[in-house]
Design a protein. Structure first.
Length: 138
């Protein structure tokens, strides 16, 4: 089950055996979040070693595909969890021309709401970029 804040701030895109894949609704950055399906997990080390490896593999696969799909200059990957306790990994495409480059994005500017067409196009681009991975409809 997803944390209420993740439900509120994200769109569920897909799932693997281990993780949900979410799109953060902040249109300032192409920003996805991987969330292990296991309940009551807040730290990476609480996952089994096999699941730690799988989460790392899926994070890297998603980051590579987003970097290519969006032609990002840098990918930011983080598992912070100070606001949402449930373990989740942010994968954010960054650009030298984005509003905050090279500063961190966390809480720095107000979230920008996706326009309906932009949201649809972003979802389609991400799903096409990961179509060769082991993710399915949620």
């Amino acid at each position: 089950m997803l944390d209420d804040r993740l439900k509120q701030d994200c769109v569920l895109l897909a799932q693997s055996k281990l993780n949900y894949l979410l799109l953060n609704k902040d249109a300032n950055f192409p920003w996805v979040i991987l969330v292990p399906k296991q309940e009551n997990i807040s730290e990476l080390f609480e996952l089994s070693e096999a699941d730690q490896v799988q989460l790392t593999l899926e994070t890297n696969q998603i980051a590579l595909r987003l970097k290519n799909a969006f032609q990002a200059d840098k990918m930011n990957i983080a598992a912070i969890g100070n606001v949402v306790n449930q373990l989740h990994v942010h994968v954010v495409a960054r650009f030298k021309l984005d509003a905050l480059w090279p500063k961190p994005i966390w809480g720095a500017i107000e979230a920008k709401v996706y326009e309906e067409k932009q949201l649809k196009n972003t979802i389609e681009l991400i799903l096409n970029a990961i179509s060769d991975l082991n993710f399915s409809d949620p």
